[in-house]
Ligand binder design. Structure first.
Ligand code: ATP
Ligand code: MG
Length: 760
């Protein structure tokens, strides 16, 4: 093997845009540093940043800060920003996440051009440099167990102990490293370590591991490798390979900077990138950690990664938050070196500000109460403006109106409190766009329940006499009303700092999603997905992809701020208009009783699941029966207490033994977890086994994988040509596409056939 001794030249990069570009402003300490670097002639005025996500989950609002900073800074200085997937852990990474990250960056309004890079494309180069470090005497293979490794690291007060193989010869270590790479050692048997300083006050410098053995399939590299570089080794060198100048990361990597510098210098980069740290974005009531977000998805506490309650960019987007609001929010939070927690209300504020400017106003009623208004005249259409006049001219739309309308049930009371400005017996209100009306009578059903109102339109003279100070309510014409579903979201977590005082799941707001069937004005029959509106007096809403023509589904993006909050009575009237209330934190959970703790330990499950098992012995017995059929204990308990929690056991269409066998197959890798999940979701009648067989048969009947690959290549001729020309980056693209078309295909097989089809 030839070992490069000098690093490759940095790829050519567009020079800073000419003298006409406005001078960038030092709006934060990082931009200040770049200005100073440029003044000093460092990197010859070149600016290159990168956004380096690990594709192990969907990006969240915290990542938006990093995306805006890296792409925004590069743009300010006429430089470029790369999108680089830091994919060095085969166990957690997936093409689905790569696609989600690309979608999110694009949605936020940024463009990486053709600079889409993967650390996994650098494995060969990184390995060659590892051999170089070994031959320089800067790295060695260490056989300490994980336990011994920890014991030898020493403490902050005292130095560590050298590994027994620390001073072995470069030749010996090169041979061992090559055997590691060839798969001759078991996982955990040894690691390659950098030889730095076992007495360094910086623990990261005490001979950190560079490579570990993982005999796992990598989502892009397949089974080509069984040793994988550690983050610290791969990250800085990937920056250097690309020619990055300013490597921006969050504060927790401060101690890693010394190691970052050590690696790039030892490999021989003359002008390596420099790392600068900034504070993470953290928000009250929100979790910004992919690991915990994944848990919410996997335990089905939310409807997937793009659930509108999720702080993922996919979730925020589906909810209807405009990308411009996220950028404005990140801008307002700013870039600093001190960690802090930002109020969730600030995000809501940015969203309101953006939607206030742009969202067309519409009339929608959440809880319809029929009203007949005498004197409104024949059915006709009004023309109403989309935006209030103070926002400038806007398009109008036609709003049908006739004597039979719906108003909001909460806009009427027969027992008004002082200050009540809505409808009551004999009371007067203004119908938005349609004049003043007085309530002249109630209609009640046999049980005394209110079923409708009778009102009369005020004459011009009466209207003038009623004067100002009359409240305005919204309404929808009955004859042309469009039935609609409104999804009203509250904070996903009631707690300000979820998961800090007890298990995360126990901090979930029990009522974070409410679904209401309402009625909308005729113009809302078929809104474009994602289109945002202000439903007057209700809040800002956006059309969800679940909408069907004639029956739109709207997500509440954010509530309106203002509105009347009654002092007494009418508890129903308040929620829609009141200041969006923080849900009261549920009463603190008492410390779990001993039997719950014991169950949690015995089953290997969370306290929440343990409580369910203890509280419902039949579920525990069901889980035991599934275990008897081969299911791992925790899987059986989680299944019956999470996925199946809402289904009474005696109405389950399958036996615990069937489920146990399926869980065992999943654990053994013989059945894709997604397929079992799908089967569970679909099983209504017939056994689970039958459903699994049906899905398997459907998968088998699907066009053969190679035919699908041919079709796929045919659908993307330009990309196919690049792949055939040897551009390996396209392999990931096609694998991702293929995964969508043939979700149950074996990834290794798919990669093999794809490579064959591309003539690789
Ligand atoms: P998580 O903790 O959610 O898994 P991560 O840091 O492991 O996040 P990466 O995919 O490694 O996720 O992050 C990509 C980039 O985004 C990194 O440079 C990281 O520092 C940055 N980043 C991640 N979370 C935040 C945050 N909350 N605020 C600002 N930047 C962040
Ligand atoms: Mg990370």
């Amino acid at each position: 093997m030839s070992i490069p001794t000098t690093p490759p030249a940095a790829p050519p990069v567009a020079p800073p845009s000419g003298p006409s570009a406005p001078a960038p402003v030092a709006s934060d300490f990082i931009r200040q540093k770049v200005i100073e670097d440029n003044r000093a002639g460092k990197y010859a005025g070149r600016v290159m940043t990168r956004f380096p996500p690990e594709p192990n989950g969907y990006p969240h609002i915290g990542h938006a800060k990093s995306i805006c900073l890296n792409f925004g800074l590069a743009a300010d200085f006429g430089g470029v920003c790369n999108l680089r997937f830091d994919d060095t852990n085969p166990l957690t990474e997936d093409m689905e996440y790569v696609e989600a990250i690309k979608d999110a960056v694009r949605w936020l309004g940024f463009d990486w051009g053709d600079r889409e890079y993967y650390a996994s494309d650098y494995y060969e180069q990184l390995y060659a440099w590892a051999e170089k470090l070994v031959l320089q005497g800067d790295a060695y293979v260490c056989f300490l167990s994980e336990e011994q490794f920890k014991d030898c690291r020493g403490t902050v007060q005292g130095p560590g102990k050298p590994s027994p193989t620390r001073d072995t010869s470069p030749e010996q270590n090169l041979a061992l490293l090559r055997r590691m790479k060839a798969g001759e050692f078991d996982e955990g048997a040894c690691v390659l370590r950098a030889k730095i300083d076992m007495a360094s006050p910086n623990m990261k410098m005490r001979d950190p591991p560079m490579y570990r053995i993982k005999k796992a399939h990598h989502y892009r590299r397949g089974d080509a490798w069984c040793i994988y570089p550690m983050y610290d080794y791969a990250h800085g060198l990937s920056d250097a390979i690309e020619g990055v100048t300013h490597s921006l990361c969050t504060l927790e990597f401060e101690n890693n900077r010394e190691l970052y510098d050590w690696y790039v210098q030892k490999v021989g980069f003359a002008q390596p990138p420099e790392q600068t740290e900034f504070a993470r974005l953290d928000l009250t009531h929100v979790i910004v950690s992919k690991r915990y977000l994944r848990r919410l998805v996997e335990e089905r506490r939310v409807d997937g990664w793009d659930d509108p309650r999720m702080p993922t960019l996919a979730g925020l987007r589906r909810r209807g938050v405009p990308a411009a609001a996220i950028r404005a929010f990140v801008e307002r939070v700013g870039v600093a070196r001190a960690n802090s927690v930002v109020e969730y209300a600030l995000l809501e504020h940015a969203i309101r500000e953006e939607l206030h400017k742009s969202a067309p106003r519409r009339l929608v009623v959440e809880q319809p109460l029929p009203v007949v208004v005498e004197g409104l005249g024949p059915a006709r259409s009004l023309v109403a403006a989309d935006l209030p006049a103070e926002l400038g001219p806007s398009e109008g739309r036609e709003v049908p109106l006739s004597e039979a309308i719906f108003i909001e049930r909460s806009d009427y009371t027969d027992a008004p409190v002082p200050g009540w400005k809505r409808l009551s017996p004999g009371g007067v209100v203004r119908l938005r766009h349609a004049g003043l009306i007085r309530c002249v009578g109630e209609d009640r059903g046999p049980d005394g329940a209110l079923i409708g109102l009778r009102c009369a339109k005020l004459s011009e003279g009466e209207a003038t006499a009623a004067g100002k100070g009359v409240g305005t309510i919204h309404w929808v014409d009955q004859a042309t009303a469009v039935p609609c579903t409104l999804r009203i979201y509250e904070l996903l977590f009631a707690a300000e700092r979820p998961g800090t005082e007890r298990d995360l799941l126990e901090d979930l707001h029990p009522d974070s999603k409410k679904v209401v069937q309402g009625v909308a004005e005729a113009s809302l029959a078929a809104p474009a997905v994602g289109a945002g509106f202000q439903f007057e007096r209700l809040g800002f809403f956006a059309a969800d992809p679940d909408s069907r023509p004639g029956h739109p589904v709207f997500n509440r993006v954010v509530a309106l701020k203002d509105g009347f909050v009654p002092k007494a009575a009418e508890p129903k009237a308040a929620p829609a208009k009141a200041e969006p209330k923080r849900p009261a934190a549920p009463a603190k959970a008492e410390a779990a009783p001993p039997e719950v703790l014991a169950a949690a330990a015995a089953w290997g499950v969370s306290e929440t699941v343990a409580r369910a098992l203890v509280g419902e012995p039949a579920r525990a017995a069901w889980a035991e029966a599934a275990v008897a059929a081969g299911a791992p204990r925790a899987d059986a308990a989680n299944l019956v207490c999470n996925e199946l929690a809402r289904i009474p056991l005696d109405s389950l269409a399958f036996e615990p033994a069937e489920a146990g066998a399926a869980l065992a197959a999943v654990a053994a890798g013989a059945l894709p977890r997604g397929l079992l999940r799908q089967a569970l979701a679909e099983v209504e009648r017939g056994g689970l086994g039958a459903r699994i067989e049906a899905l398997r048969a459907a998968a088998a009947a699907a066009p053969a994988l190679d035919a699908q690959i041919d079709a796929l290549l045919g659908d993307h001729p330009a990309e196919a040509a690049r792949l055939r020309a040897g551009d390996q980056k396209l392999l990931g693209f096609f694998l991702g596409q293929l995964k969508r078309r043939a979700p149950s295909a074996d990834p290794a097989e798919a990669r093999r056939l794809l490579q064959a089809a591309a003539g690789a």
